[in-house]
Design a protein around this ligand. Structure first.
Ligand SMILES: C[S@@+](CC[C@H](N)C(=O)[O-])C[C@H]1O[C@@H](n2cnc3c(N)ncnc32)[C@H](O)[C@@H]1O
Length: 384
């Protein structure tokens, strides 16, 4: 039987990722194709309808042109069908992956027993996840990022689901191009920086922190997140990938690391999932944790700076409401350059880092213009 993980190295994934049987694979491929249809065919059609509406009828609600557009679009059946399919394909994704992971729980737990770990995982039984995490199951993943049932299964669901969700656009089953791109920003913008101690804030199951070990094999590398299950999984996953990483359960708003502990602190697609107050706290904490001259890199979705563009705003509202991304809209409108300045960073840079498709061998490019979604990532950085 041919599995989804056979083939190219990117599709091969890694030993920890849940392996679907025939029927599960068919189900996952169906969801993937449905999501491609929803985002690649239906969404552009709706965008064209919206643009036509804008062009032929003047907007009536000058206080909120997006609300006006939304009201009008809600009168169109195909718009509502697009939203329904978008939401249901996401729910279908998690149920398909969840059942497959549940079937493999014993083998996944066995795989996570690492005889001689090079990294570590430290959990805090008294940890209380922030309300913006527990208040919504972001991306509709049942149980959310902070779920802890004593196992690593939520991490396994997040890994397999995330890889299917990204539709191969972020490094296949490794899902690691964000991390490579964040690391590529160092030689691009700070060529003298040779970090010996690195932290990723909001590391999830470690997709973006493992690349740090590829770029800087001599560095001591840490990853923090709020979820015990996803951190257990992240540790096992990193060990199987040969990356010695120290994971701990902490909020990026207030960590237990001493002032000036790190040369580099970075985050990947975390800020758009936190409240605005939390985003400011996370930036300030990243500043506190850097030694003088250290560098913080915060990477975000490349749709940043699209605030003011009618369809992007409406699409952001739909994403926020129907795919449980309550902070998406605020994140799109945030001025991260100003927030970095307010957090005390010097020499703040804001722009687009081209995706590091070839890892450490990628061409380096950072500038004002985006190469497009998944071909570049929004990055703000600064020094302490
Ligand atoms: C979209 S995921 C990205 C994970 C990873 N950085 C990557 O690139 O794959 C966002 C992660 O940020 C974590 N997160 C959100 N707020 C956090 C906080 N205050 N402290 C630590 N982690 C946080 C979530 O639990 C989640 O795992």
């Amino acid at each position: 039987m041919t599995g989804m993980n056979e083939g190219s190295p990117a599709m091969l994934g890694h030993p920890m990722i849940a392996q679907p049987n025939h029927d599960e694979l068919v189900e996952q491929m169906f969801v993937r194709d449905l999501k491609v249809f929803v985002s690649g065919t239906l969404e552009p059609t709706q965008r064209a309808v919206a643009q036509k509406l804008e062009a032929v009828a003047p907007l009536t609600n000058s206080n909120s042109p997006v609300e006006d557009l939304r009201d009008r679009m809600m009168g169109i059946e195909s718009f509502k069908t697009w939203i329904a399919l978008k939401r249901e394909s996401q729910r279908h994704l998690w149920s398909a992956v969840g059942e497959s992971v549940e079937r493999q729980k014993d083998s996944l737990e066995a795989l996570s027993q690492i005889a001689t770990p090079r990294g570590s995982v430290t959990l805090d039984p008294d940890f209380v996840a922030p309300a913006y995490i527990t208040g919504a199951d972001i991306h509709l993943m049942p149980g959310g990022n902070a779920l802890d049932d004593g196992s690593l299964l939520q991490g396994a669901v997040m890994d397999r689901g995330g890889a299917v969700f990204m539709l191969g656009r972020n490094g296949g089953m490794l899902n690691d191009l964000r991390g490579h791109t964040a690391m590529a920003h160092l030689p691009t913008a700070y060529p003298d920086m040779k970090p010996l101690k690195i932290l990723e804030m909001g590391c999830g199951i470690g997709t973006s922190v493992v690349p740090a070990a590829t770029w800087f094999p001599d560095a001591e590398i840490h990853g923090i997140d709020v979820g015990a299950s996803i951190l257990r999984y992240a540790h096992a996953r990193a060990e199987h990938l040969g990356a010695p990483i120290h994971f701990s359960q902490q909020s990026a708003e207030h960590t237990n690391f001493a002032d000036g502990s790190f040369d580099v602190v970075f985050s990947c697609v975390v800020l758009h999932e936190t409240s605005q107050a939390a985003a400011s706290n996370i930036l300030a904490e990243s500043r506190r944790l850097l030694r003088p001259g250290g560098v913080a890199i915060h990477l975000e979705v490349p749709l940043m700076n699209t605030f003011g563009m009618m369809w992007e705003e409406l699409s952001a509202e739909i994403e926020a409401e129907f795919n449980n991304e309550p902070y998406w809209r605020g994140a799109l409108s945030a001025d991260y350059g100003a927030l970095m300045g307010a957090a005390g960073f010097k020499d703040v840079k804001v722009g687009y880092q081209s995706t590091a498709f070839a890892g450490p061998h990628s061409p380096l490019k950072f500038g004002d213009t985006s190469d497009g979604v998944f071909r570049s990532w929004f990055v703000t950085s600064g020094t302490a």
